[in-house]
Ligand binder design. Structure first.
Ligand code: C2E
Ligand code: MG
Ligand code: MG
Length: 560
């Protein structure tokens, strides 16, 4: 690549090129000047030395010519080397800027450049184009169990298998971590894209030899296809292929093609993402409370706080409609804090209204994102102080998978436990792991058995046996067991036979708003009388406002 061309049109990695060029070009005048000076100096010395001997001027001129030629040749050789070396440096820098160091494949930014041009060409050339998004299935397990070097080696093997599975004209890039993207251009039709995915899967089926052992690597592939009249932007194809990859992973189907149903899901997701920002600002979230009962003692054991979104156009949405998006967009911590505050404040109001409410626990679900914040225990401490709720009334529920993923972060849970707050493992039994980890969790006091087990209660002996085993283990570890999602008398009986007395489910009550909880009835107690007593049935917003100032805690909250 010529220096002059690069200077006129430095290309996408111009800052890298310019650095090298500048250094080389700055050196060039010095080289020429140096070789000129050197020749002149030699010439003057020769003339001076020969003058005294009276040699003819023609001989002096000849010598000068020879020295001049030598000087010029040296200068020009030097310059040629300089330019060549600069070109090699530029090519290297350009290669490094476009490629992933580990695998040698194109990197993410180079992928998007290639994708842009492939997309333009396919649109103008009336051809079909395919984008394949790959994610390795068990990469984390291999990386964690065999070490990072084995993980790196595996990624290199995957890269080479991918290259050998596609045509030379196809683009193969490492998108990041264990994710790869393939762009296939100039294809006849959709079937050709599917054929590429199938060929990759076939190639991957062959076990890999990794540090002496054979490993099977499996991958999930999402496919997005762009036909000539496609209205999407090139980067949308990667997004859509990624969405299809998730479907392939979920259904364990190997590959999935992005379709109309998924398109609507993506649009819905984008809408939810947009609306969530406003929802927080405009206080559109509400906390519902589902009773947890002690069936043996025939009394209320506690409540679980469950978030709902009162969406301006879609109506009341359950957490399944938006919590994933909130997690992915980083908004879960703010929503989680809001629920924690409202639930604690509401429980404190009930305490105030009915002394018996003080024996009732308030369970609040905690998301992974909240646990990733090292200051979370301080937040819990602050909310307890702010609401005036006795800490032993608060229980934080963490789902099993999250606990298992953060076994190295148990210190935080210990700090929360030291505040006097209870900790529960939620959805117990749904995680991928064995039960062995539970004994590490000495700070946990409650196991919530997932609804899937309760559903099977009475249907088969196996689930009964699992629940019996969980109860035995819980007893040995001094844990309290709560059964979730109890819907029928048959399940109730089965659970009681297994020795479980604390239950939650539609059989007893659906989640309800705070206004629907009548303290007189629910807590078997009369509300505190007198002019200072707040009225029951405050909206969560009113509860929050009532407690926004700790001094207002014992003052009546006024209805808006
Ligand atoms: P979870 O913590 O296991 O909560 C129990 C879920 O089961 C609730 O669903 C509840 O309404 C439902 N449920 C209770 N009894 C029955 C029953 O008998 N039958 C059936 N079919 N369902 C029953 P919901 O409110 O839709 O919440 C779903 C999940 O969303 C929760 O599962 C929890 O993991 C999460 N979630 C809810 N609120 C929050 C929150 O404020 N923060 C966080 N991080 N997660 C929350
Ligand atoms: Mg829960
Ligand atoms: Mg649960």
């Amino acid at each position: 690549m010529g220096i002059a061309r690069l200077l006129l049109n430095p290309g996408p990695f111009s800052s890298v090129n310019r650095d090298v060029q500048d250094r080389r070009l700055a050196a060039s005048p010095g080289i020429v000047l140096g070789s000129g000076l050197f020749s002149t100096m030699i010439f003057v010395l020769v003339v001076y030395a020969l003058q005294g001997l009276g040699i003819e001027a023609i001989i002096v001129a000849g010598a000068a010519g020879v020295f001049g030629a030598v000087g010029g040749a040296v200068g020009s050789l030097w310059h040629t080397w300089s330019v060549r070396d600069a070109s090699a440096d530029i090519a290297r820098a350009e290669h490094d800027a476009r490629h992933d160091q580990l695998t040698g494949l194109l990197n993410r930014s180079a992928l998007f450049n290639e994708l842009d041009s492939a997309f333009q060409k396919s649109q103008s050339g009336d051809t079909t184009m395919g984008v394949l998004f790959l994610d390795l299935d068990r990469f984390k397990v291999i990386n964690d169990s065999m070490g990072h070097e084995a993980g790196d080696e595996l990624l290199r093997i995957v890269a080479s298998r991918l290259k050998s599975s596609v045509r030379g004209s196809d683009v193969v890039a490492r998108f990041g971590g264990d994710e790869f993207v393939v762009v296939c251009r100039d294809l006849m039709n959709e079937q050709s894209v599917v054929a590429v995915a199938e060929s990759i899967l076939k190639n991957f089926a062959e076990p890999v030899s990794l540090y002496g052992g054979a490993q099977v690597i499996s991958t999930s592939i999402g496919v997005a296809i762009a036909k000539p009249d496609d209205q999407r932007r090139p980067e949308d194809l990667v997004r859509d292929a990624d969405a299809a990859m998730y479907k392939a992973k979920k259904t364990r189907s190997g590959f999935a093609v992005f379709d109309e149903e998924q398109r609507l899901m993506v649009i819905n997701r984008l809408d939810i993402e947009r609306d969530l920002v406003r929802a927080l600002d405009e206080n559109q979230f509400e906390v519902y409370y589902q009773p947890i009962v002690n069936v043996d003692e025939r009394r209320l054991y506690g409540f679980e706080a469950l978030v709902r979104w009162d969406h301006p156009t879609r109506g009341l949405l359950g957490p399944g409609a938006f919590l994933d998006v909130a997690e992915e967009t980083g908004m879960m911590a703010a929503i989680g804090e809001l629920v924690l505050r409202e639930a604690c404040a509401q429980a404190a109001v009930w305490n105030y209204l009915a002394p018996e409410a003080r024996g009732v626990r308030m369970s609040v679900n905690i998301a992974e994102q909240q646990l990733l914040d090292a200051t979370f225990p301080e937040l819990v401490q602050e909310v307890i102080a702010w609401s005036g709720l006795p800490p032993e009334q608060l229980v934080l529920e963490i789902i099993e998978d999250v606990i298992v993923d953060h076994l190295d972060g148990l210190n935080m849970l210990r700090r929360i436990k030291q505040l006097g707050v209870g900790l529960a493992i939620d959805d117990f039994g749904t995680g991928q792991s064995s039960l062995g980890y539970v004994k590490q969790l000495d700070m946990v006091s409650i196991l919530k058995i997932d609804k899937t087990f309760v559903d099977e209660m009475g249907n088969g002996e196996t689930d009964r046996a699992i629940i019996d085993a969980v109860v035995t283990m819980a007893k040995a570890l001094d844990l309290r067991v709560v059964a979730e999602g109890v819907e029928s008398e048959q399940q109730l009986k089965g659970l009681r036979d297994s020795g479980i007395s604390i239950m939650q489910g539609y059989l007893f009550n659906q989640p309800v708003t705070a206004q629907m909880v009548d303290p007189e009835k629910w807590f078997e107690s009369r509300p505190a009388a007198g002019p200072g007593a707040p009225k029951p049935g405050l909206t969560p917003l009113e509860v929050s406002r009532a407690f926004a100032n700790p001094e207002a805690h014992h003052r009546p909250a006024r209805r808006a």
